[in-house]
Each structure stands twice: as structure tokens, then as C-alpha cells.
Design a protein around this ligand. Structure first.
Ligand SMILES: [Zn+2]
Length: 266
């Protein structure tokens, strides 16, 4: 009987991973099926499972290409699920014309920056049972892609942290819609780097961030549906022109938003 159970489990996992192959890369993700009544671990971290035994794991920009999940059945049988990520490389982006204040923030600004970073971290740490994570995401806005996930950035000739969002250029005031439903976890009226900022929780630790907005149309705690207007495009914070910077986070890991939506015709 035990053998039959593990064979069935094996078949389920294989078919799931086949369908999801494209997302098995740094910046990507994996939706899996947990054993009924069992548990799933990613390293030491227990993963939240849903009522219908689904779990989600995301891979950072520089994630190891060999990933392992531990699945433990109700009667404590252990299955190791190995996932191999496709290697990827990232663009180098040079941006000139960033102001001195943004390049070298003052001591006062640095305090503000670290307080704001803590607020964003807190909003992203939440793991809820919301199931919007499994919706087919749509673009929050259509426009020219002016920045992609993972690029190594060079500001005024100085190497800086990689870019984690996808930048979509659009005139100030263009509506931004929710790419999937969820609950607004953070609605900030002006952060040092990201200006007017929203964080929306989609469930199982997955959230979207929207940066540099001109106007917020939702408030913290509000539930939003996919396609609902949530904000207007702006140029607030550290920017060189109006655009939306859309990010996808799985807890502290940064994922590639382009893997969540259909390819854009540009
Ligand atoms: Zn950006």
C-alpha cells in the first residue's frame, strides 16, 4: 500500500513540474501539490499549504540552480523533490542624470530610507490563505518596457543594486489596474526612493509592489479584484520620468513579474 501511495505522488509531481518548466529559473516559481494531510519544507522553512494541498515557492534573482523541497506525508514518509533551474543572465543598464541627493542621501535621509524599508519588509512578510496567487495575472498597465527584472544598474557611472521590477513607461495619470486580486497591505504617500507606493498581498507569501505612483486609489486593508483601478502612474521618488515599476515578491525573495503575464506585443 505504501508503495502505491508514493508512486501516485511521484506521477502527480512529474506532471506538475512539466507544465511549469518555463518558470523553473532564477526569478521564477513553482506551484506544487503537497501530500494530503502532510507538510512541505523549503530548506528549514515550512511552507503554507492550502485546503486543497497546494504550495508555492519562489526563487530569487541569484537562486541556486539546484533546488530541493522536502515533502512529508501524513504517516511521515519523506519524498525529496529536486528541481533544476535553467541558468539565466541579466542585462547591464546605464542610467545617467540621477540627482546628487538620490546618489548620496544625507544621514537624515538614510534613517528615513531604513524606516521605509522596514515598513515594506513587514508588508511582504505576511503569509495568508488568499488564493489570488493562482489567478492568471494580467498586465497592470500596457506601455513601453523601459526596464526589466534583474538588470545590473549603473547610475551616473557607479554600480548599484540590481533592478527587481519591470518598468512600464506611460504618461503621468495613466490608470494602473490590479494584475490579480488581493488585499492592500501598504499604501504609502511618499517614500524616499519609491515615492507613492502600494503593496498588495495575493496569498501564500506572494505580493505585488507598485512604485513611483502619482495617486493611490485604494487604502490599506482594502480588498481588490483583478482589473480594478488601484492607482495612477507618476514620477514620484527616484525616477528620471513617469513610469510604473511593478515588482513581485515571495516574502524576502524578488521574482520576475514578466513570468506572470502573457508576453507583450511591443
Ligand atoms: Zn524601476
Amino acid at each position: 500500500m505504501k508503495i502505491i501511495i508514493s508512486t501516485l505522488l511521484f506521477i502527480t509531481l512529474c506532471s506538475t513540474s512539466f507544465a511549469q518548466k518555463n518558470n523553473l529559473q532564477p526569478g521564477g516559481f513553482y506551484f506544487g501539490e503537497a501530500p494530503v494531510g502532510g507538510r512541505v519544507f523549503y530548506g528549514d522553512r515550512p511552507l503554507q499549504t492550502t485546503d486543497d494541498n497546494r504550495f508555492f515557492v519562489g526563487f530569487d534573482r541569484d537562486a541556486d540552480l539546484q533546488q530541493q523541497l522536502t515533502l512529508i506525508s501524513e504517516d511521515n514518509q519523506v519524498t525529496i523533490l529536486s528541481l533544476e533551474l535553467k541558468p539565466r543572465s541579466y542585462k547591464i543598464e546605464k542610467i545617467e542624470g540621477i540627482s546628487k541627493k538620490m546618489m548620496a542621501p544625507s544621514a537624515e535621509d538614510l534613517i528615513r530610507i531604513s524606516q521605509e524599508a522596514a515598513q515594506v519588509r513587514e508588508a511582504r512578510q505576511l503569509v495568508t490563505q488568499l488564493r489570488n496567487v493562482s489567478e492568471q495575472f494580467i498586465w497592470p498597465l500596457k506601455g513601453r518596457i523601459s526596464g526589466v527584472y534583474g538588470s545590473q544598474r549603473i547610475f551616473n557611472g557607479e554600480p548599484r543594486r540590481p533592478h527587481y521590477g519591470i518598468d512600464i513607461a506611460a504618461p503621468k495619470g495613466t490608470p494602473v489596474i490590479a494584475p490579480a486580486g488581493g488585499i492592500v497591505q501598504l499604501a504609502h504617500s511618499g517614500m524616499f526612493f519609491s515615492g507613492k507606493t502600494l503593496v498588495i498581498d495575493h496569498g501564500l507569501g506572494l505580493s505585488s509592489s507598485f512604485l513611483h505612483l502619482n495617486k493611490l486609489l485604494v487604502t490599506e486593508g482594502q480588498q481588490v479584484q483583478q482589473g480594478e483601478k488601484i492607482a495612477l502612474v507618476g514620477a514620484s521618488g527616484r525616477v528620471t520620468g513617469p513610469h510604473l515599476d511593478w515588482r513581485i515578491n515571495w516574502l524576502e525573495q524578488r521574482l520576475d513579474p514578466a513570468l506572470w503575464v502573457p508576453l507583450l506585443h511591443q
